[in-house]
Design a protein around this ligand. Structure first.
Ligand code: 2IT
Length: 444
């Protein structure tokens, strides 16, 4: 079957799963030529096997809120592919979570994890539970109810969850606590844990830090560096925080952050105090950035708008999927943006990516740029397995090396006449590794 037939079949089988179909289409169009050069892949139906998750768990999560009312949510874990290693990927708690979203994330995770060079398969999970406005006790009860249902399918060599949108250190702590109580073992099994119980140094920073190490390499490809470059960051969560922190440390000037309510433009650029304030905004649980403008004079809040309308050198989507559309891309291109590096998963729509590529604007996809997060999760698994905790320096050095290697793989497979197509490079490199591992393990 050719790629178009496979896509048509998938669409017929999973109608309306738009995010999932979008993620699959991007990968398949990138790998089409390589796939056609390998008739053995077609014979083994590798792509048809790769685009269907190994299994999906769907379950009801029932919990009691602070008023004593019974609440119901839906929980999921999509174990997508374990050809390379145990299932690995985050848990997302957000009102927008659907099976389509988690399938797209699990699919992306499979290739991302392959790119890290570490032995990890791909998975994703979550719930439509919204942490917005919930008390700490409600969050804890929800996390416990979620794990009570899921725990038998997890394990240090089976499936290792972590955080994602709406799931940070606090939630991982509550989920791991419940897991440990039920499993009667202390073997890791979640990453992003606290430092006093098996967590890794640099894990909270890793997604953002790794993204900036990747951006440094992209700038090198352009014979540029980050000093004094203006940078638009979207979001204000863990990923945006880490990206802003490292970008600022390296001499870049981060001039925006954003939330569901709009964005902040701060022409003076973020500094340590403002970056710390991002954590406060997040801890408030209100999911808004507007208060920043009251706290820091000289900055401005634009209600209901996205940061991409500002003229900047570098754009770093750090919030969520499809947060940067075609019109946003056109504005960035008209403002001569130097490069766009997706730190959120599938942050750009397919139309936005087409606009970047056709204007030869360097664009790198989330599965390469944000892989530092899961890479340090992989290092956390290693530390747990050897019952040791490494220094921040050691973890950061390994993160550097991993991001350097991911960039090299993207360039190796994505070099075109006068342009590096990082998207194509990332997808081909990830695909080949997963495909070869599947081929070697027979028809299973
Ligand atoms: O999208 C991602 O790579 C994550 N949310 C992190 C996954 C992980 O297992 O650390």
């Amino acid at each position: 079957m050719n790629i178009n037939e496979i896509l048509a079949n998938l669409e017929a089988k999973h109608p309306g799963e738009n995010e999932f179909l979008q993620a699959v289409k991007e990968v398949l169009l990138c790998v089409e030529d390589v796939y056609n050069q390998h008739p053995e892949y077609e014979k083994a139906r590798i792509i048809e096997r790769m685009v269907e998750p190994d299994r999906i768990f769907t379950f009801r999560v029932t919990w009691v809120d602070d008023k004593g009312e019974v609440q119901n949510n839906i929980g999921y874990r999509v174990q997508f592919n374990n050809a390379i290693g145990p299932y690995k990927g985050g848990i997302r708690f957000h009102a927008s979570v659907t099976l389509s979203v988690l399938k797209f994330l699990g699919f992306e995770q499979t290739f991302k994890n392959a790119l890290t060079t570490l032995p990890m398969g791909g998975a994703k999970g979550g719930s439509d539970f919204s942490p917005r406005g919930k008390s700490d006790a409600e969050i804890m009860r929800f996390c416990q109810a979620f794990v009570l249902e899921l725990w038998r399918n997890l394990g240090p060599d089976r499936d290792v969850p972590a955080g994602d949108i709406g799931v940070g250190g606090r939630e991982v702590g509550y989920m791991y606590g419940m897991y440990k109580k039920l499993a009667r073992e202390n073997t890791g099994t979640f990453t992003g844990k606290g430092l006093s119980f098996g967590g890794s140094r640099i894990r909270p920073e890793a997604t953002g830090f790794g993204a900036l190490y990747f951006v440094e390499q992209m700038l090198k490809d352009l014979n540029q560096d980050i000093k004094d470059k203006t940078i638009a960051v979207s979001g204000f969560g863990n990923v945006a925080w880490g990206a802003a922190k490292k970008a600022t440390e390296l001499g870049g000037k981060v001039v925006t952050i954003s939330g569901p309510d709009g964005y902040i433009y701060d022409p003076a650029g973020l500094n340590d105090e403002k970056i710390e304030y991002m954590l406060e905004l997040r801890a408030s649980g209100n999911d808004i950035v507007a208060p920043y403008a009251d706290k820091f004079p000289g900055s401005q809040f634009f209600a209901g708008k996205k940061p991409w309308e500002q003229k900047v050198d570098i754009a770093l989507p750090c919030a969520t999927q499809n947060e940067l559309g075609e019109e946003d891309a056109k504005k960035l291109i008209a403002n001569n943006v130097l490069l766009v590096a997706e730190v959120s998963n599938m942050g750009c729509t397919a139309e936005a990516i087409d606009a970047f590529i056709s204007s030869k604007t360097p664009y790198a996809p989330g599965k390469a740029v944000n892989a530092g997060g899961v890479a340090v999760s992989g290092l956390e698994m290693t530390q747990d397995a050897e019952h040791l905790q490494w220094s921040a320096q050691k973890v950061d050095d390994m993160l550097h090396e991993i991001m350097f290697n991911i960039h090299e793989a993207c360039v190796e497979h994505g070099r075109e006449e006068g342009y590096i197509n990082y998207m194509k490079g990332a997808n081909i490199a990830g695909f080949l590794k997963v495909a070869d591992a599947m081929m070697a393990q027979g028809v299973i």
